[in-house]
Design a protein around this ligand. Structure first.
Ligand code: SF4
Ligand code: SF4
Ligand code: SF4
Length: 325
């Protein structure tokens, strides 16, 4: 039902004279993969899918306008991009609007109320080497995996992405069209960072030196992040060079600490950085700890209000010393 509604919305949106492209999801060419797609005509709407395999946060493409189909058109009348967003993805858009990174009028948001996505690493470990197209859906509180002519039911908890276990906003917070009925959110007690918080500082240092020592500085985490969009990233500069190109524990720590602090109060916990990391680093632990601290120190939860002032770009005379970084 939701998919049919989505296609109907997409056909309507792609028939508009002012829309240059719709960014959505379609089936990938193998296994469990679903890939982003860039549609330009109403006939292509049939390709779109809604599935627990729609993992990518498509908001990342909004700030990558020099790439492929998103190259800014010279036709001022054809200047809008439409895109599909889940609840978590919509918080990136809220922040981008608040930071004036994108213009609200230039996008059409197709909201997808979300019942959760799979942890692709767990799924692929369960079905190693799956090459033929396979599908996953949620039915009666279970994952139903259809693969190579068989159907397997798996309890929800076993494959649910970590972020979805505590998702407060599965229904997009900002949208122009909604493809489905709103989904209720869950509580988030930040249980996932309690381990980090109870560790002594010395233990934390050892742990993170070990973890970040595995980083190969491929920058996939930076490139996939919808909120990492400075056109001139200070960490890439050669003059002055803040971080050497060599991969070593001190340089890696500097990269990750700098990036984490630049994302404090901005990271919307979409988990994309951790999903794409080829080294399997637990980046969300850092992101979530900073999100919790920002919430406790400033009473600020990121991604909720497109009118909000970005918290680390502003101050009040009541700010405590702990809030000065
Ligand atoms: S965090 Fe929420 S909106 Fe995002 S994929 Fe999980 S359930 Fe869906
Ligand atoms: S994606 Fe992983 S390996 Fe690559 S730079 Fe980021 S943390 Fe390092
Ligand atoms: S740092 Fe990671 S979790 Fe946070 S917004 Fe960027 S990609 Fe998403």
């Amino acid at each position: 039902m939701a998919t049919e509604r989505l296609k109907e919305i997409a056909r309507k949106v792609l028939s508009r004279d002012d829309v240059t492209c719709l960014i959505g999801y379609r089936r990938g060419s193998y296994g469990f993969r679903i890939s982003p797609c860039f549609l330009t005509s109403p006939d292509e709407a049939e390709q779109l899918v809604i599935s627990p395999l729609c993992l990518h946060n498509l908001a990342t493409y909004l700030t990558a306008e020099n790439i492929g189909p998103l190259v800014k058109t010279k036709d001022e009348k054809k200047n809008k991009i439409a895109l599909m967003v889940k609840g978590c993805d919509s918080k990136a858009i809220t922040n981008l609007i608040a930071e004036k990174g994108i213009d609200r009028e230039s996008i059409i948001i197709i909201g997808i109320p979300c019942t959760g996505v799979v942890d692709i690493k767990k799924l692929e470990a369960r079905f190693p080497g799956a090459v033929a197209p396979a599908t996953v859906e949620i039915k009666d509180g279970m994952w139903v995996v259809a693969i190579e002519g068989t159907t397997v039911a798996i309890p929800l908890d076993e494959l649910l992405a970590e972020k979805c276990k505590r998702c407060k906003h599965p229904t997009p917070l900002v949208y122009d069209e909604l493809a489905g009925d709103p989904v209720a959110g869950k509580e988030d007690a930040y249980d996932d960072v309690k381990g980090l918080e109870t560790q002594a500082i010395e233990e934390r240092l050892v742990k993170w030196q070990e973890e970040l020592g595995k980083c190969i500085r491929c920058y996939a985490c930076k490139n996939v992040c919808p909120l990492c969009y400075c056109s001139d990233c200070a960490l890439d500069r050669l003059r002055p060079q803040l971080i050497r190109r060599s991969v070593s524990v001190p340089e890696n720590l500097l990269f990750h600490v700098t990036r984490s602090f630049h994302l404090a109060g901005r990271c919307i916990a979409c988990g994309e950085c951790e999903r794409v990391c080829p080294q399997g680093l637990p980046l969300m632990e850092l992101n979530r700890k900073l999100a919790k601290d920002v919430q406790e120190i400033f009473g600020y939860e990121t991604g909720l209000d497109p009118e909000a002032k970005p918290i680390l770009s502003t101050f009040t005379i009541d700010d405590t010393d702990e809030g000065i970084l």
